[in-house]
Design a protein around this ligand. Structure first.
Ligand SMILES: [Zn+2]
Length: 293
């Protein structure tokens, strides 16, 4: 787990770089042993929590039971169905617990006592080490959908670079359904990105897409530009979505990742662009015209 807080309401919910990667070898994996896992949870989960099975997740929350079940169905089940429909054929091989803490106090208390974590985001994070999505659900369901993307991406596209993993997670942190498909909408990451574009402070796509995961998450210095990476990646995904190219890009990128680990060549191919400089100008004017509802 690692999440860095930036100024204002930015979240950088980074996916931990360590931990075992799941192979994406073809074939149907055996279903995890949910019954044994649930039995173990009954013994360890603190009193006052509701536990509901929502495969491949187990949702555990300390809000009133009806609300925990509602979130399990309306957010977790919905997001899983939508994401599987458009992107992810493979479920995570492991059982992942979704902890929904009812407020800041509960979130801070239990991240310490259950996981010995001290989160640097007030919203939530994905911890591959603990096989868990850990959320302060009082901040809203958007971060939960964002985090649900990560274990699915890990299972289906283990070579996925951070920029695309976070671009997709961020896209769906403000999402609804259109024509039976998940759809991301402009959100709070927009104004800072628009200001950065106006200042000429957004790096070329090649630079952003070729960052290592450590660089993307700001664990190594590449200057101050990384603070816009999440928004830049999100609104690149948003642009692709709006032009009907996002599912194509995902499919082709997963197929091409060995020869094109950054996605730069795949992006050019999907956009039918010879270079990304011209595209970036078009994308910047597209982003500058976007408005928050
Ligand atoms: Zn994330």
């Amino acid at each position: 787990m690692s999440c860095l807080m930036n100024v204002a309401r930015s979240i950088f919910c980074a996916v931990a770089l360590a931990g075992p990667m799941i192979s994406a070898s073809p074939g149907v994996a055996a279903e995890p042993d949910y019954a044994t896992h649930l039995q173990a949870l009954q013994k360890t989960v603190p009193k006052g929590f509701t536990i509901t099975l929502q495969k491949p997740f187990v949702v555990i929350g300390d809000e009133i039971p009806s609300l925990v079940r509602q979130r399990s169905t309306n957010t977790v089940k919905w997001a899983v169905e939508m994401l599987k429909k458009d992107y992810f054929s493979r479920a995570p091989d492991e059982i992942i617990d979704v902890w929904l803490f009812q407020n800041k106090a509960s979130y801070e208390k239990y991240t310490k006592s259950l996981f010995d974590d001290k989160p640097d985001t007030p919203f939530g994070y994905y911890s591959p080490t603990h096989h868990a999505l850990i959320m302060n659900i009082s901040t809203g369901g958007g971060t939960l959908v964002h985090e649900i993307v990560h274990p699915f991406m890990r299972a289906n596209f283990p070579q996925c670079p951070a920029w695309f993993n976070e671009g997709m997670g961020s896209l769906y942190e403000q999402a609804g359904e259109e024509n039976g498909h998940i759809h991301g909408y402009p959100n709070w990451r927009l104004p800072a990105l628009q200001k950065a574009i106006q200042r000429g402070d957004v790096p070329p796509f090649e630079t952003m897409m070729r960052t290592s995961d450590s660089q993307f998450y700001g664990r190594t210095s590449i200057g101050t530009q990384y603070s816009h990476h999440y928004a830049q990646a999100r609104y690149l995904c948003y642009y692709l979505q709006q032009n009907g190219l996002l599912t194509t890009f995902y499919r082709e990128f997963t197929a091409n990742v060995k020869s094109d680990p950054s996605g730069v060549e795949t992006l050019k191919s999907v956009l039918k662009a010879t270079d990304l400089k011209t595209f970036q100008k078009e994308w910047e004017s597209f982003v500058l015209k976007l408005k928050l509802d």
